[in-house]
Write a protein that binds this ligand. Structure first.
Ligand code: C2E
Ligand code: MG
Ligand code: MG
Length: 280
């Protein structure tokens, strides 16, 4: 791959460090396969909060690998290998199955909106989409409770198949979100192409709010844009009281962040009042 990108007149030898990287990825891939076999991929849950009332309006399922010898691993440690190898499709299906199962076990009136992250790879084959829909159907959860999130960076070149897949999912009755919106180069084009209900704004926009008027103006414009498009906006990465205050003052309704509530392994605990640290 490196040799290809370096151009025609250039050749690159397969040196020791490349071999090492290749071996590491291969070992990781084998470990992921074992993890899948032994049910080591499990969801943790982070609340999505109404910033004014501090009430939980939904949860986001976040992938964790409970590795037998290395402890809990976050997606950053294995997502690239899982995606490149295609194993992410199996991991996501396992997550979706588990999340739907847990959701279906709650009394319907208690069941929150549940956001699930999915790899863009599911959108490239109609059969993958059908497979997601049958997982949801078999679980018996109400489809409108589900919010399926696709990261913007994955969607740089949105193929027609992927756009059609989103339309199929939407038609089936689930809600859709663009995740990490504004982190890549695809943002505005994507909004036009994809029938999403939620925009999850990349953490950088919240962390830059304190830098000054220009950053705040940008945030306001994005808030306005999402309203004009008929989408809800969720501000991610809220880490202190000042940020929450600023966001509320600007009219931003929904947020997530360590300041509001951290990801937790147990769904039931999410409903304990004291989980939301700053509820009044
Ligand atoms: P994301 O979906 O945008 O999730 C938000 C990430 O920000 C999570 O990291 C969360 O733990 C972290 N976070 C939440 N609040 C704060 C905060 O206040 N400050 C900071 N600095 N971080 C905060 P996590 O769980 O490590 O996930 C990283 C990314 O991995 C996710 O970003 C998502 O794109 C991907 N991912 C997570 N679960 C899955 C999954 O089941 N399937 C797939 N395909 N991707 C997943
Ligand atoms: Mg997400
Ligand atoms: Mg996000």
């Amino acid at each position: 791959y490196q040799a290809k990108t370096a151009g025609r007149e250039c050749y690159i030898t397969f040196d020791a460090s490349m071999r090492q990287a290749h071996d590491q990825a291969f070992a990781m891939e084998q470990a992921i396969r074992q993890g899948l076999k032994h049910g080591q991929f499990i969801p943790h849950f982070q609340p999505i909060i109404d910033l004014k009332s501090n009430k939980i309006v939904g949860l986001e399922a976040l992938l964790r690998w409970h590795h037998p010898s290395e402890g809990i691993k976050h997606p950053k440690a294995f997502l690239v290998t899982a995606t490149d190898s295609g194993l992410i499709v199996a991991i996501d299906r396992m997550m979706l199955t588990e999340v739907c199962y847990q959701l279906a076990a709650l009394p319907p009136e208690q069941a929150p909106m549940m956001a699930v992250n999915l790899s863009h790879r599911h959108l490239l084959h109609p059969a993958h989409v059908q497979s997601l829909l049958s997982i949801i159907d078999n679980s018996g959860v109400e489809k409108s409770k589900l919010l399926l999130e696709f990261a913007e960076a994955d969607c740089v070149q949105m193929k027609q198949t992927a756009i059609d897949s989103l339309a199929t999912l939407k038609q089936a009755g689930v809600h859709l979100a663009i995740d990490q919106f504004g982190s890549g180069q695809a943002s505005l084009q994507l909004l036009q192409q994809c029938p999403v209900d939620f925009i999850k704004l990349d953490q950088q926009f919240v962390s830059q709010l304190s830098e000054g008027k220009r950053q705040q103006a940008l945030f306001r414009a994005l808030l306005d844009l999402s309203q004009q498009m008929g989408c809800e906006l969720v501000a991610e990465g809220i880490e202190d009281a000042q940020q929450q205050k600023q966001l509320t003052a600007m009219g931003c309704r929904y947020g997530q962040g360590f300041w509001l509530a951290k990801p937790e392994a147990h769904l039931a605990k999410m409903f304990a009042v004291d989980n939301v640290a700053h509820s009044k």
